[in-house]
Design a protein around this ligand. Structure first.
Ligand code: ASP
Length: 447
C-alpha cells in the first residue's frame, strides 16, 4: 500500500475524531461496569436483569461483533496481499529484504513465545467460577456460536500442518479457517510480486481499494463501540461483579510485563550482540520516536519520525533504514503480536476454555503472521483478535473487556512496535555492509 493511502486512512482513523471516540468508549466502559456491578450487588438473579441481557444488551453487542467480523476477512486478505506485493518496489534490496524477513520471523516468534509463556505462568484470567463462565459461553447466542465454530474438527500433528494449505480458498473463508486464508493471501501476494505487468498492477490497486474500503467501514462500525462496550461490560459485570475488575488489572499488568521483557530484555541483547551498540545510548537516541509512538498509538503516523531518528540520531544508512522501517511499520509489530497472544490466552482463561498445545501453537502462528496483517493504526489489532478468538472457541464478547483498557495498552505496544523496527534497522544495517557497497540505486519508499 502506498504511503499516501496509509496517511489518508490514518488521517481518518487516527485523527482527532478517534480521540473523541476513545473518550466515548471509555465512558461506555465505565458506565457499563458501574451499572453491571450495581445490578450484581443489588439485583443479582433478578428477572428484569436477565430480560435486559437477553433482549437488549446481548443482541446489541452481537450486532457490533457481527459487523466487525464481516469485515475482517476482506481487511486481512487485502492487507496481506498488498503487504507482500509492495516488497516488489524494493526488489533491488533483495538481500536486505530476506534478512529483514528472517529477522522479523525470529524476533516475532521470541516475542510471542514470551507473551504466551508469561500468560500461562501467571494466569491472569484464571479463577472465574467455571459454572458462571459456562453460562456466559452458552449465553453467547447463535451469532457468536457460528463465529466460534471452528472449521471442521480440530486437527492435530501432520494434519494440522497440511491443513494450513487450503484445497479451496473459498471454503477456507466460509469455514473461517484463518490460517488457511492467511496462507492463500501470502501465496497470492508472492504471485503478485513475481508477476509484474500492467494488468497485475491494476489488480494490486484493486486490493489496495478493498483494503481502503474495509478500513473505512471498520471506522464506521467502530463508532458503535461505545454502545457495544457498555453492553459487554454490563453483561460481564452483572455476572462476575468485582472479580472482573481484579482480572482486568491483572491482564493490564501481564501485558505491560511482557512488553517490558521484550523492550528491556530481548532488544538490548540484540543490540549489544548483533549490532555492537550500547542499548542505553540507543534508547536515549530513539526517545523522540518512542514519545511519538506513545502519543499517536500508530506506527504509520510515527514512520516519518522513526525515519528521521534512524538517519540523524542512529546514523543508519538511509538505504537500509528506509526500507526496513517502511516495511516494518506494517510487518514487524512485536508489541502487537505480544498483545494479541496475551489477550487471547487471558480471555481463554477467563472463560474457562482449555487451549490444547495445538491451539496454543495455532495462536502463536497467527500472532506472528498477524504482525504482517495488522494495520499500523490505533486499535489495528482489535479485528485480528476478534478473529483469533473465534478460531480457538473463546467467546468474542471478551473483546468488550479489552476495548475498555485498549487505548492505554495500544500506546504502550505501539512504542514497542516502533522501537522494534528501529532495533531491526540497526541490526540489519550492521549486517548489510556488503549491500551498501553496491552502486545499485534503491528506490526511496513512498511515504
Ligand atoms: N496501534 C498499533 C500500531 O499502530 C497497532 C495495534 O496493535 O493496534 O502499531
Amino acid at each position: 500500500m502506498t504511503g499516501e493511502a496509509v496517511a489518508e486512512i490514518e488521517a481518518e482513523e487516527g485523527g482527532p475524531d478517534y480521540g473523541r471516540l476513545q473518550w466515548r468508549i471509555a465512558a461506555g466502559f465505565v458506565l457499563g461496569l458501574v451499572a453491571g456491578i450495581l445490578a450484581y450487588t443489588f439485583a443479582r438473579d433478578a428477572a428484569w436483569v436477565e430480560t435486559l441481557v437477553t433482549y437488549v444488551t446481548n443482541p446489541l453487542g452481537q450486532i457490533f461483533l457481527r459487523l466487525l467480523f464481516m469485515l475482517v476477512i476482506p481487511l486481512l486478505v487485502s492487507a496481506l496481499v498488498v503487504g507482500i506485493a509492495d516488497m516488489g518496489e524494493v526488489r533491488a534490496l533483495k538481500k536486505v529484504g530476506l534478512r529483514t524477513l528472517l529477522y522479523t520471523i525470529i524476533v516475532s516468534s521470541i516475542a510471542v513465545a514470551i507473551s504466551i509463556a508469561i500468560t500461562n505462568l501467571i494466569k491472569p484470567g484464571a479463577g472465574v467460577d467455571p459454572a458462571e463462565a459456562r453460562a456466559l459461553l452458552a449465553q453467547g447466542g447463535e451469532g457468536a456460536r457460528s463465529i466460534i465454530e471452528r472449521s471442521g474438527e480440530a486437527k492435530t500433528g501432520v494434519d494440522a500442518v497440511i491443513g494450513i494449505i487450503p484445497s479451496n480458498f473459498i471454503t477456507a473463508m466460509g469455514d473461517n479457517d484463518i490460517l488457511a486464508v492467511m496462507f492463500f493471501a501470502l501465496f497470492f501476494g508472492i504471485g503478485l510480486l513475481l508477476m509484474s505487468s500492467p494488468r497485475t498492477e491494476v489488480l494490486k490497486q484493486a486490493f489496495e481499494g478493498v483494503f481502503e474500503v474495509s478500513m473505512k467501514l471498520i471506522g464506521l462500525v467502530i463508532q458503535l463501540a461505545p454502545i457495544a462496550v457498555f453492553c459487554f461490560m454490563f453483561n460481564l459485570a452483572a455476572q462476575f461483579g468485582w472479580d472482573l475488575l481484579a482480572k482486568l488489572a491483572a491482564f493490564v499488568a501481564v501485558v505491560l510485563l511482557a512488553l517490558g521483557l521484550q523492550m528491556f530484555g530481548v532488544f538490548p541483547i540484540l543490540l549489544a550482540f548483533f549490532a555492537r551498540m550500547n542499548p542505553i545510548t540507543f534508547f536515549k537516541e530513539t526517545r523522540e520516536a518512542s514519545l511519538m509512538a506513545f502519543s499517536t498509538a500508530s506506527s504509520n503516523a510515527t514512520l516519518p519520525t522513526a525515519l528521521r531518528v534512524a538517519e540523524t540520531r542512529l546514523k543508519l544508512p538511509p538505504r537500509v533504514s528506509r526500507f526496513v522501517l517502511t516495511i516494518g511499520a506494517t510487518a514487524n509489530q512485536n508489541g502487537t503480536a505480544m498483545f494479541e497472544g496475551v489477550t487471547v490466552l487471558f480471555l481463554a482463561q477467563f472463560f474457562g476454555v482449555d487451549l490444547s498445545l495445538t491451539d496454543q501453537i495455532f495462536v502463536m502462528v497467527i500472532c506472528i503472521l498477524a504482525g504482517i496483517g495488522t494495520a499500523g493504526v490505533p486499535g489495528g489489532s482489535l479485528p485480528v483478535i476478534a478473529l483469533i478468538l473465534g478460531g480457538v472457541g473463546v467467546p468474542p464478547e471478551g473483546i468488550g473487556l479489552i476495548l475498555g483498557v485498549d487505548r492505554f495498552l495500544d500506546m504502550c505496544r505501539t512504542v514497542l512496535n516502533v522501537i522494534g523496527d528501529l532495533v531491526c534497522a540497526t541490526v540489519i544495517s550492521a549486517y548489510s555492509k556488503d549491500v551498501l557497497g553496491d552502486a545499485g540505486a534503491v528506490p526511496a519508499p513512498s511515504l
